[in-house]
Write a protein that binds this ligand. Structure first.
Ligand code: BG6
Length: 477
């Protein structure tokens, strides 16, 4: 369904995210007819450049990063017609009047701030001061939303001083992933699972976001964040919320986000003994975290595993184990719902039997696996074995359906004015209020992260986090 015409102003138009994700995403939506021909994309940056030079730059980015651009040159040329370039000094005074003139009246305006978070406040302020922000305007920002609760509050105050909360779109690109949204459909559009979705039936939940790459190239940013701030406070927290939340009464932005906030507020304080931090070390040709971060003294974690308890009726007694890290065996993300054993077992114990589980695979190879126990086929006595019922979304869905990148979907939602998949200010603050004491706890105790070898599943201690409770992590594959 095409969206209404719009003016999208992309601050940081020459930056990496704009070139790799945002402009290719918009091009795809244009090529399939969702972005109308009379929409306008006004890119801004500090560089002195005329429109023709910027169009050439964009053409080369699209040919590199948008797979369809090569095959569909007429769409590419028409898309480039929608693009304009205005030189704006985001931190200074230059270019704002020119930007104002480049925009059409009475049109949905979306301001996408693909710039350093330190510029979010100043840009919001200038948009307002120069009368560029209108009631139909939206402002789009992306993480990091602060470094802790205090800075997140300050950032929210800056944004809210210039835009209403309903105009602020905070992107967590995990919410734009197809399978992450599918989690809501799985839970709230089926009747089969919800009766089992509680501590009576679920023994524990494992949420793993494993990455095979290290922090090469962005070590400076990463070293100030670590896995906790870079991944857990936002992406893993969103996965936890969608897995644990109560069914919202309606599928509306605030009904969904209210339920997510309730989950975060129900998180119990975490003991330091329930946190394992790790840092990858050098192996063979591979550099260490210290090499990649450029900080030989660094105590920042490139891996973290945490046992989280949710203090509410649905989940008391069912721990959620979160784990994420760089330089692990594979790039693989999943949520595993591990069910309790039957209350009484009439069959002989099966060596290594792992019981029922539902594994929701987020990436790659999105799909769902249901682990079941059956009788081992054949005449060899009554022995049990495991089988999996597998559903791979790519097989189940229309093969011709155009795959959508997270950014494409989210930008179209901004234009439609649908905030369901965006984080509300109080949600961000609640997540920091939970994360801050954990971080302070290990900083105060002077704890250093445990070393781990690249290509594995993180430090030994992370395995112990589950072993000591008679559980075990799923293999990272
Ligand atoms: C980003 C983090 O938000 O998410 C990166 O800053 C991380 O460190 C990335 O690599 C992971 O995203 P995805 O979509 O590749 O799982």
């Amino acid at each position: 369904i095409p969206v209404d015409p719009f003016d999208l102003v992309l601050f940081g138009g020459t930056g990496d995210l704009a070139r790799r994700k945002i402009l290719p995403g918009l091009f795809h939506r244009f090529a399939v007819g969702q972005m109308p021909q009379d929409a306008r994309i006004i890119c801004t940056a500090r560089s002195a450049m005329d429109r023709a030079a910027f169009i050439e730059l964009t053409r080369s980015s699209l040919l590199k990063f948008a797979s369809a651009a090569k095959e569909n040159s007429s769409a590419l040329e028409s898309f480039l017609q929608t693009i304009d370039y205005v030189q704006v000094d985001a931190a200074g005074q230059d270019g704002w009047d020119a930007l104002s003139k480049a925009l059409r009246p009475d049109m949905v305006r979306a301001f996408y701030l693909s710039v350093s978070p330190s510029l979010f406040g100043p840009i919001a302020h200038k948009l307002n001061n120069h009368g560029i922000a209108t009631p139909q305007s939206r402002i789009v920002v992306e993480k990091p939303f602060g470094h802790d609760l205090e800075s997140a509050k300050a950032l929210n105050a800056d944004l809210r001083g210039n835009f209403e909360e309903h105009q602020i779109y905070r992107i967590d690109h995990y919410l734009g992933k197809e399978t992450v949204q599918n989690l809501m459909a799985l839970r709230f559009a089926n009747s089969l699972w919800e009766p089992l979705w509680n501590s009576t039936h679920v023994d524990h939940v494992q949420i793993t976001v494993a990455e095979s790459l290290g922090v090469e190239g962005r070590g400076e940013y990463y070293d100030r964040s670590g896995a906790m701030r870079d991944m857990v406070q936002n992406h893993l927290m969103q996965l936890l919320c969608l897995t644990a939340m109560e069914p919202p009464s309606r599928f509306t932005p605030d009904a969904v986000r209210d339920e997510k906030v309730k989950v975060i507020e129900a998180l119990e304080p975490v003991d330091q003994s329930d946190i394992v931090r790790g840092q990858y070390r050098a192996q063979g040709e591979e550099g260490s975290y210290h090499d990649h971060s450029g900080n030989p003294q660094s105590r920042t974690e490139s891996f973290v595993a945490i046992k989280v308890n949710i203090g509410n009726w649905r989940w008391a007694g069912t721990p959620f184990y979160l784990r994420t890290g760089k330089k692990l065996r594979a790039r693989s993300s999943e949520i595993a719902i591990v069910f309790r054993d039957p209350p009484h077992m009439i069959f002989p114990k099966m060596e290594g039997r792992r019981g029922n589980a539902m594994i929701i695979r987020l990436q790659p190879d999105e799909g769902i696996t249901l682990r079941n126990t059956i009788k081992e086929p054949g005449p060899g006595g009554f022995r049990l074995t495991e089988v999996s019922m597998d559903m791979t979304f790519a097989d189940a869905l229309d093969q011709h359906a155009e795959p959508q990148d997270a950014y494409e979907r989210l930008i179209m939602d901004v234009i439609r004015g649908d905030q369901t998949l965006f984080m509300r200010g109080d949600e961000v603050e609640a997540a920091w209020a939970w994360a801050d004491p954990l971080i302070e706890g290990w900083q105060d105790a002077g704890r250093t992260p445990a070393p781990y070898d690249p290509g594995g599943s993180g430090p030994e201690d992370a395995l112990m986090l589950l072993h000591r409770e008679g559980r075990r992590w799923r293999e990272i594959m």
